[in-house]
Design a protein around this ligand. Structure first.
Ligand code: AMP
Length: 215
C-alpha cells in the first residue's frame, strides 16, 4: 500500500506517517525533513534550499525536490511500499510521484488529508520546538514546560524552526491553500482521498485512517 499524507502545518501528519510506517511496514519519506537535512549542508545546493525554506518561506522548486527524493528512495533497499509525508504538494508534483512509484513497480493507493482549521494550525506551530543537538521534537506545555528548558532526551539546547515564526506560518498556510489544496482536490476527484479530522487525539485520528484504509 503506497500512501501520500498531506495537511496544513501542525496537523500532525508527521506523527501519523510514523504510525503508518510502523503498522504497515512502509518506507517513510518526510519531504520537509529531507530538504532541511540538505539545507543544513554547506553546499550551493543546500544554501539554495535553505534560502527558499527559511528566508523566502516558499515551496522548493520541483526539480530540487525530485533530486532529493531520488536520493531518499535509494535508501529503500528492501523496496518496501512507501508513505510520502508532504509530497506531492503542488500540482506538477502529482505526476512526479506517479512516475517515481511506477519506476519502482508501484502505484499510489490512497492520499490522506489530515485537516485542521487555520487558527489551530497557528496555535500548534507556536508550541512546536526541537532539540538543536539530537533533533528530538517537543510540544511546549506537554513535553517541556518553558522555552528555556533543555532537551529532556540529551540536555541539548532547544529551539524553534526558523520557518515556524507567526509570519512564516501564515505564509506557509497561504501556500498550502493555493498550491496544496488543488492537489488534495485532485485526489478527491480520482476517488483516492481519505479525509480525517486532525483536531481529534493522535490515537483517534490514526484509528480513523486505518479504518478507512482497511475498508
Ligand atoms: P514541512 O516540514 O513539511 O513544514 O516543510 C518545510 C518546508 O520544506 C516547506 O515550507 C517547503 O519550503 C519545503 N517543502 C517540503 N515539502 C515540499 C514539497 N513537496 N515541495 C516543495 N517544497 C517542499
Amino acid at each position: 500500500m503506497n500512501l501520500v499524507i498531506l495537511g496544513p502545518q501542525g496537523c500532525g501528519k508527521g506523527t501519523q506517517a510514523k504510525l503508518l510506517e510502523e503498522k504497515f511496514d512502509l518506507f517513510r519519506i518526510e519531504m520537509g525533513e529531507a530538504l532541511r537535512a540538505v539545507a543544513n549542508g554547506d553546499t550551493p545546493f543546500g544554501k539554495k534550499i535553505y534560502e527558499t525554506i527559511n528566508v523566502k518561506r516558499e515551496l522548493v522548486s520541483s526539480d530540487l525536490v525530485i533530486e532529493v527524493l531520488h536520493k531518499e528512495l535509494q535508501k529503500n533497499i528492501n523496496n518496501k511500499d512507501v508513505v510520502f509525508d508532504g509530497f506531492p504538494r503542488r500540482l506538477d508534483q502529482i505526476e512526479v510521484a506517479e512516475k517515481i512509484l511506477a519506476e519502482n513497480g508501484k502505484i499510489l493507493n490512497k492520499a490522506i488529508f489530515v485537516n485542521i482549521p487555520e487558527t489551530e494550525s497557528i496555535i500548534r506551530i507556536s508550541k512546536r520546538y526541537n532539540c538543536a543537538k539530537c533533533q528530538f521534537r517537543f510540544i511546549l506545555g506537554k513535553d517541556i514546560k518553558n522555552p528555556t528548558d533543555s532537551c529532556p532526551e540529551c540536555q541539548g539546547e532547544i529551539q524553534q524552526r526558523p520557518d515556524d515564526t507567526p509570519d512564516g506560518v501564515r505564509k506557509r498556510l497561504a501556500i498550502f491553500a493555493s498550491e496544496t489544496l488543488p492537489v488534495i482536490n485532485h485526489y478527491r476527484q480520482v476517488g483516492k482521498l481519505i479525509e480525517v479530522d486532525g483536531t481529534k487525539s493522535v490515537e483517534k485520528v490514526f484509528q480513523e485512517i486505518v479504518k478507512e484504509l482497511e475498508a
